[in-house]
Ligand binder design. Sequence first.
Ligand code: IPM
Ligand code: MG
Length: 352
Amino acid sequence: MKIAVLAGDGIGPEVTAEAVAVLEALRLPGMVLFEGDVGGAAYRRHGHPLPPETLEMAKASDAILFGAVGDPACDGLDRHLRPEQAILGLRKELGLFANLRPARMFNGLEGASALRPEVAATIDLLIVRELNGDVYFGEKGTRTLEDGRRQGWDMMSYAEDEVRRIAHVGFRAAKGRKGRLCSVDKANVLETSQLWRDVVIEVGADYPDVALSHMYVDNAAMQLVRDPGAFDVVLTGNLFGDILSDQASMCVGSIGLLASASLGAEQNQWGTRGLYEPIHGSAPDIAGQGKANPLAAILSAAMMLRHSFAMDAAADRIETAVARTLADGVFGADLGGNAGTSTIGQAMRDRL
Ligand code: IPM
Ligand code: MG
């Protein structure tokens, strides 16, 4: 089981180290870890945020454990050299089109949510976000108009096959959960969204046992704080999924708790090849201070064991230990506590 560990920038290395420590504590036979440079750290060392050797390592691995990329010191670089291009490049180069972002309330954290505790307690949803298309990967540019004004532009588009394959992921996920799929778009304004909706309805014919609904993204943002318990699987495009998943994280208490899996069509010997990362970014404001919550990174490692290595029992053990750690009140500043990164990591391993 070859795992590429790409820790990246900011708090990426701190939280990834705790995730690796958890994997090591499990003593899984046959697991080999390789470390590679990515993001701003890679730019400084190799002149590129996703150097060829890192990409090769990622391609040769069975799974990738990813930290975070993003560094304000790189804001002035040409876009193709910015740290964020590393994660976008990996998603695209490896064909990782399906991003799973589960958000559920942990016992004991109801009070940490930005929502009322009784509302927060109902949250158990999965955002299925398309990851290889949309305005993220369309043509883009800046130009000067005839009258001298500068204009920035980004092309939004989805081809039907791109919608179809992510829709299948959403429907299958819903089948394995509560059987409800809510597709989120902006079909009242965008042609891209109208096609999205039409194709999702077509795919839905293959899944008669899944209850399909559609919601405009502005309404979805509202319902996510009004009645989040009504959602089971939320299927959406790249841009809307980016936004709604950050919003969902605050509904469960902290962005430091949300893990993600990015999957493609490729299989390894055990399961699906994938990239696993906490949804939080590099958080440069708290980097290097030992304050970051490592639980999203640790939960990402659990998702890796489940999806890429068919080790459901080990994944369950990690998730149970995280739930116990939180139930015991061990949490950091993001949740109103005072435990640091390594304290949380240790508490979590003690409970494994
Ligand atoms: C995420 C992040 C990335 C995204 C950035 C770092 C490019 O916000 O994974 O949600 O926009 O997809
Ligand atoms: Mg994001």
